[in-house]
Structure formats: structure tokens, C-alpha cells
Design a protein around this ligand. Sequence first.
Ligand code: AMP
Ligand code: MG
Length: 414
Amino acid sequence: MADGCACDRHAHMYVSVEQALQRGLEVAPCIAETETLPLIDAIGRVLAEDCFSKVDLPAFDNSAMDGYAVRSGELIDGDVHHLTIAGRVAAGDSGAHEAPAGSALRILTGAPVPKGFDAVVMQEDCQITDGAIRFSRTPKPGQHIRRAGEDLSADAPLLAKGCEIGPREVAALAAAGYGTVTVRRKLKVTMFSTGSELREAGEELGPGQIYNSNRYMLRAMLDKPWIELTDAGPVKDDPEILEQVLRNACDTSDLIITTGGVSVGDEDHMPRLFEEIGGEIDVMKVAMKPGKPILFGRRGNALYVGLPGNPVSAYVTWQVIGSQIMASRAGLERKRPAPEQAVLAEPLQRHKGRQEYRPVRVDGVSPDGRPKLRLMAESYSGRVAMLAQADGLAVLPAELESMPAGQALEFLRL
Ligand code: AMP
Ligand code: MG
């Protein structure tokens, strides 16, 4: 970059991964607007209300087995029991069945347990002859009965706001009586990749040209039901066009994500352009490898995350920092993924100074059951094929210089 390098002006913005993340989260308030949707349309969205069960779950005592409903008080322990079958109750029946003393009812899984009955004997434990059953083990009261409210009672807390409504959550909401649910409105995200060298997948490459892989990577990362995505396409390193696309994105989005053009080369225009259109930069450089140049900033309500151009750098900075800022902006309240504990399969030597996320393969397990990691390469920020072959990233603390084989370290499985 020529005179007035934004990076020099922002030299004080060299921060640790943790500081960058904290700063990013501070400036990423959750979008305020919500909408109420039919439950089926809320799948994959971010829940915006604390939810309490509207009903007892289950709503009535019901059979957990196919078998016979009995009144345990009628049975004398030690006897072989002999009861006539006085009727049949299946799932969906009202359960308003009556039966004379000394009889049983055929009952099927999910059927309501009729009044007065208090245990179910599995059909596998019964001999059935001429409309009667014989069984020897006396059931305890409550045996094979799912009690009303045993899963959750009415008004008890079910889900806290901030979760992603996945298969488990939507199933619980349906069971708890929710026909509609309030979710955050979709997060408006605009993405574009910068670089005059980029061609799209499948196109013919000219001299000096490369395939745009970041665009496809971002599309895959941003393919979420809670995102309204605008793909502004690849953009050449032409400051006028870049400025126009960036300004338009800032005017219309909650979050803008770009790749490339945030470093210190002559064609790295993004920091300067972002400031020229009135953006305020919060973080310029992070002491991390790969991915030292990464830019966060704000302009009005829009948050800007400029990822580095090297695909592995873009991927790692997105995983470690960018995706968490986006989640916070979208209203997701989730725990940060905890790294696994692993051991090194071979000794390590490195230059200290930056927290590193190095691609590794798992090569067996240690005697105490932890994955053994084999480091893939020392220099890898552009090696997108290697990234696809990695099992995960070894987390190497900033101050680490060497480590013998067998030493414990943290591992993010991909
Ligand atoms: P930059 O950060 O723009 O200087 O780019 C750093 C390196 O990443 C250069 O070698 C670029 O050619 C490469 N690069 C930038 N953008 C992409 C992309 N979208 N896909 C693949 N490689 C890229
Ligand atoms: Mg570039």
C-alpha cells in the first residue's frame, strides 16, 4: 500500500486473538427486530423469546409398552396372576374405558391409561389363552406408565432465547403446544471477494489467474436459514468499484464480509476505502497465524469483517473470530466450542509471537485415548487443498517455541 498506509496508522491495533474476539463481540449488538412465524417456518431460525411449556408433557398418563393394563392393588404377590381381558385401548382412544374387578385391558404404546389402572404388564411377560392373560411377576404401581408432566410440566422453562431452532428444538416446541414462535429477523449479510486475479469455478484460466475459492467457502459458511445473503460477486482491485460495492453493502446490510485486500500491498484497498466511506476501524491486525491481517469495523448499523485473501487464513479467521461476531449480531447465544485435548505425534519447533492454528491430521490415539496429531506443513496459509484434507487445527499458544512428541495440546476438530 502507498503512502498513508492504514496499517501504519493503526499499528496500535495489533491485538491478541482473545482481545480481537472480545472487541468484535462488544461492537456486535444483536439485531433488535423480531417476527412471529408459524412453527414450521421458524425451523433453523434464532429463537427470540424464552419458551415455557404450554401443556404437561406428556399431557396424560400413557402406556410405554404394548401389553396389559392392570390394577396392581388387586394382585397378591407370589401368586401366578390370571385376569380376563375386558377391552382394548389404543393410542388416540379417549381412555374412558371401564372394566370389572379382576380384569385387565389390552393396552398399546401411547394409549391413555384408563382410570383406576396403575401398571402395565409387557405382552412378552404374559401368556394369552381364551381372552385371558397369565403372568407371574407382580408389577409395581406405575410400571411402564409415562406419567403426565414427567418430561416437563406446564409453565416450566423449555428453551431459552438465543438458540438455533434445530430438529430437537422444533420437536420440543411442537410438543409443548407452540403453533407460532418469535424469532429474530434474518441477518442481512453481504459478501464479496476481492482480487483482479480471480476467475470463477469452471471458467478458463488466463495467465496469472486463479480460481476464486473464497467465494465458494463463504457461500458454504453463510448458507443458514437465519441469514438473508447477498453475494455481491467477485470484485476487481479497482478502488472505485470496490468503494461503490462496499458503500452499497454498508447501506443495506447488518454485516459485510469480504476476502482479500486487507493487507499492506499496493492493491490492498479495503481499510482505506472503509474509512473513506465513513467507517470506523476497531481491529486491524491480530497476532494470529494464519490470518494476521483481519479487519473489523463499523459504519452506522453495519458491521464490517474483512478477512484475508489467502483461503486458509480466511477460513481460520472466520472460524475463530468472524463467525462468533456474526452469531452475536444474529442473536445467537451459544457456548464457544471447547477445544479437544490431543497429543503431538512428533516434536515441534516454531517461531513464537502469534497464536497459531495449524492444520493437522489425526494419526492414531495415545495410550490414554487422546488423538495423536501430525502437523501438516509449516507454511500453509494459501494451501486450500491441504485444508480440505486436514482433520482439524492444532492450537499453538503465542509464546510456544518447541514441544516434544507426546506433549498435550488443544485441537479444534473440523
Ligand atoms: P490478498 O489478501 O488480497 O493480498 O490475497 C492474498 C493471497 O490470497 C493472494 O495470493 C491471492 O491471490 C489469494 N486470494 C485472494 N482472494 C482469493 C480468493 N477469493 N480465492 C483464492 N485465493 C485468493
Ligand atoms: Mg488481493
